[in-house]
Design a protein around this ligand. Structure first.
Ligand code: NAI
Ligand code: MG
Length: 355
């Protein structure tokens, strides 16, 4: 029987709650298919600060690299907000991504037919929407040097090299080849030099993909277009900060941020994580929606482990659970037959795997 080693980083806030449910569902699906999963836990974020004094302990990166893939929850919380920047949980996450070289953050935003009424947007605007946001993850303004804040003046720097743009651009074009063959590159080339290089490089790269239609859009317009007519998009490719913001926007097309999974992948490994944060406002209450993390686990099976069938089983179980009216609190107003806690939602999805 095939065996995979999964590194697990639960993190802070709702992180442990949602990761436990993803593991529950993974175990249900591996039991039904022909493989086993071994889990090894590593620390990162606020909990790592509390237990070791630093947000990214030295054993975490090698542990993840030695595993077949990493499942991650979320980090951060008010408790650590006043620490100096280099000691904050978020710095641990940025360092983890950088050291693992996971430059491509893939964020599918797919509207579930069962939840067309869950969005604040009209059903006819969102039904059938299926967008893949390809966000560059280890460059741009979150990483650029110099950066400083002396209390009077503060700055960050947005940097992209041509090679970084080509690397992420290729991912977008390759995805488009398997989808509707349309890439929309989002930038701010009307005011930013870094965006001009981005746009020129995408145009150059598109010559290698004649079957794919490349369009460009300024980020402010893209934010508007995403809520005006999200179905116009197939693959969106963009830099770190724009992708961060646009994928949260896309989550409102889908209905709840608790539904959106992601994969952060590079040449060495991949990390699978929900797009949301640690949701301190609801942590510990058992009301977080675990579906984003469970669907991230499905992406892990699909992209890192090649277990397509198991991945499809999870995705179908989620669809059927939603179809039968099971909801967590974030979606309680939308055709709910029964409102479940985080653990109950994990249980129901695991049970549906074997239905
Ligand atoms: P957030 O994504 O944690 O929460 C935004 C809103 O969405 C909150 O009202 C929250 O309750 C809700 N929400 C998030 N996930 C949910 C789920 N699974 N089910 C139901 N509702 C959910 O973003 P926020 O509040 O801006 O940040 C909170 C903390 O998380 C901060 O410390 C931030 O730095 C950190 N963060 C961490 C990320 C990560 O670990 N990848 C990403 C984004 C933020
Ligand atoms: Mg974000």
């Amino acid at each position: 029987m095939k065996k995979y080693n999964i590194s697990v980083i639960k993190g802070d806030g709702i992180g442990p709650e949602i990761v436990d449910e993803a593991i529950k569902v993974l175990d249900a699906v591996s039991g039904a298919c022909d493989f086993t999963l071994d889990y090894e836990e590593y620390l990162m974020g606020g909990i790592a600060i509390d237990e070791t004094g630093v947000p990214l302990p030295p054993e975490t990166v090698p542990g993840v690299l030695a595993s077949d893939a990493c499942l991650f929850g979320s980090i951060g919380g008010e408790k650590w907000d006043d620490l100096p920047r280099e000691l904050r949980p978020e710095t641990g996450l940025l360092k983890l991504r950088e050291e693992l070289g996971v430059y491509a953050n893939l964020r599918p935003a797919i509207v579930y037919d069962e939840l067309v009424n869950a969005s604040t947007l009209k059903p006819e605007v969102i039904q059938g929407c299926d967008i893949m946001v390809v966000r560059e993850l280890i460059g741009g303004i979150y990483f650029g040097q110099p950066r400083a804040n002396d209390g009077q003046k503060a700055y960050n720097t947005m940097v992209y090299t041509k090679d970084e743009i080509i690397r992420i651009g290729k991912q977008a074009f390759e995805f488009a080849m398997k989808r509707d063959k349309r890439v929309c590159s989002v930038d701010k080339a009307n005011v930013l030099e870094v965006s001009q290089l981005w746009r020129d490089t995408m145009n150059e790269l598109s010559k290698d993909y004649p079957a794919v239609e490349l369009t460009h859009m300024y980020v402010d317009n893209a934010a508007m277009q995403l809520v005006r007519n999200p179905k116009q998009f197939d693959v969106i490719v963009t830099g770190n900060i724009f992708g961060d913001i646009l994928s949260d926007t896309a989550s409102m097309v889908v209905g709840s941020i608790g539904l959106l999974p992601s994969a952060s992948s590079g040449d060495k490994t991949a990390v699978y994580e929900p797009i949301h944060g640690s949701a301190p406002d609801i942590a510990g209450q058992g009301i977080a929606n675990p579906i984003a993390t469970i669907e991230s686990a499905a992406m892990m099976l699909r992209y890192s482990l090649g277990e397509e069938k198991a991945a499809d089983m999870i995705t179908n179980a989620i669809k059927n659970v939603l179809k039968d009216g099971y909801r967590t609190k974030d979606l309680a107003e939308f055709d709910a037959k029964e409102v479940l806690t985080t653990t109950e939602m994990g249980d129901v999805i695991a049970n549906y795997i074997n239905k």
